[in-house]
Design a protein around this ligand. Structure first.
Ligand code: ADP
Ligand code: ASP
Ligand code: MG
Length: 423
């Protein structure tokens, strides 16, 4: 029996009962002969509560202090989980990200893992312990400051440790039974997917299916670590994410894997940009220098009479203020008229490798949206994805309409949500 990495999300350890339930599950894996490394998130909505608290004392908290604060959440759950396991008569030791050897760059609030040196974890395992690691955190290589990996980052910690420790599998335990064809909180008739390729899962994650974080899937693909997404509340098999379906999973690649949605983004429109070469470069340079990742971009056709154009792009709401500040500073040099900020948008994406060879998909997608009376504001496509931006209020209805139109609805209401607040 080899080594397994198990990750438990916040909703799985939301209270003392949850921690005890999870502890039993971990002990089962150990009793089955595995070496077990557990990555744990902060309890319930702790991270959101800490963020709210920080915002009450400062509108733009310093990144270093913000990370110090947020990492406290995972420290609480890791210690409690180790205690609960010991109470069941098994040895466990908890480790912060830094102690576990999670080395990152120094970009606070969204650091990237650059190395994993899990010497202490190996030793703890060799001595017969279950190792509990605080997710979502690391230590910067240069300044030795505590960093966080961005929201949902415990998924990445788990896969990074699984790769460094050469684990058989990385199990991601959450509050639903696996990856579904749409968010079960929105689509009751969503279907559980038995197996999905890294490629399709990457697109779903990048498009807002927060059941797995995009970076974690990227990492798993790079190191070829199979992920098993499953519920910590049920004993059911979940979803395997890997290069090829393995074992008795004989799954054909579907044309459409699923529908994702995302309401965490905002749209900035730069109004009245002179329509000449170099303007877009200057705008996006300013945004990039502020270390903001943008998503979709659209430039309006310039009205010939004015020689001016509008450029809109989407970005995480959490970075809206920083982007506006950065652009305001360049207003004089770039010479645009004004900035418009809109955080009432949502994005809906249809994902599937089969799109490459099925030319009707785009037309059917737009037809489903128009039949549902949903207006489209921006469009972007890749080989295996189509995304549109709409009003935030229309998103749930649009997701359901598209899900039905592509024949993804299941006959039963199999999508169970066991916990969590969806926050
Ligand atoms: P955790 O706290 O375990 O990390 P998250 O809230 O980050 O859990 O992720 C699980 C949630 O992801 C589910 O409760 C569900 O609402 C949401 N979700 C979004 N898209 C999907 C999907 N396609 N399949 C399953 N869950 C999804
Ligand atoms: N606790 C962190 C968050 O809520 C990290 C995680 O749960 O993965 O984003
Ligand atoms: Mg998560």
């Amino acid at each position: 029996m080899g080594l397994v990495v198990q990750k438990y999300g916040g909703s799985s350890v939301a209270d003392a009962e949850g921690i005890k339930r999870v502890a039993k599950r971990i002990v089962e894996a150990k009793k089955n002969g595995h070496q077990v490394v557990v990555v744990v998130s902060a309890m319930g909505d702790t991270t959101d509560e800490l963020i709210d608290l920080a915002e009450q004392v400062s509108p733009m908290p310093a990144g270093r202090e913000f990370d110090m604060l947020l990492t406290a959440g995972e420290r609480i759950s890791m210690a409690l989980l180790a205690m609960a396991i010991k109470n069941l008569g098994h040895e466990a030791q908890s480790f912060t990200g830094s102690q576990a050897g999670v080395i990152t760059d120094s970009v606070h609030n969204k650091a990237r893992i650059i190395d994993v040196t899990p010497g202490r974890i190996r030793t703890a395992l060799d001595e017969g312990n279950i190792a509990i690691v605080a997710g979502f955190q690391g230590v910067s290589a240069d300044k030795k400051d505590i960093t966080t990996l961005g929201r949902g980052g415990s998924d990445t910690t788990a896969v990074a440790l699984a790769a460094a420790l050469d684990a058989e599998v990385c199990e991601i335990y959450t509050d639903v039974d696996g990856v579904f064809t749409a968010d079960p909180r929105v689509v009751k008739k969503a279907k559980k997917i038995d197996w999905i390729s890294f490629e399709d899962m990457l697109e779903l994650a990048a498009s807002g299916s927060k059941v797995l974080l995009h970076r974690c899937v990227e990492y798993a693909r790079r190191y070829n670590i199979p992920i098993h997404v499953r519920s910590s509340f049920s004993g059911l098999q979940g979803t395997w994410v890997s290069n090829e379906p393995t074992g008795d999973l004989k799954v054909e690649q579907a044309i459409i894997s699923g529908v994702a949605h995302d309401t965490s983004e905002a749209k900035i429109t730069v109004v009245g940009v002179p329509d000449k070469p170099g303007e877009a470069a200057a705008i996006f340079r300013a945004v990039a220098d502020a270390e903001i990742n943008i998503d979709m971009i659209v430039q309006n056709v310039s009205a010939a009479s004015t020689g001016l154009t509008d450029i809109s792009f989407t970005l995480p709401k959490a970075e809206g203020r920083k982007a506006i500040d950065a652009l305001e500073k360049t207003k004089a040099t770039i010479g645009f008229d004004s900035l418009r900020y809109d955080d009432q948008i949502g994005k809906i994406s249809l994902v599937g490798a089969g799109m490459k060879t099925n030319p009707g998909v785009t037309a059917d997608f737009f037809r489903a949206l128009s039949d549902a009376g949903v207006n489209i504001e921006l469009i972007s496509t890749s080989e295996i994805r189509i995304s549109v931006v709409t009003r935030a209020d229309d998103v749930n209805e649009a997701v359901r309409a598209v899900h039905t139109a592509f024949g993804l609805d299941s006959d039963s209401d199999e999508a169970v949500v066991y916990g969590g607040t969806g926050r």
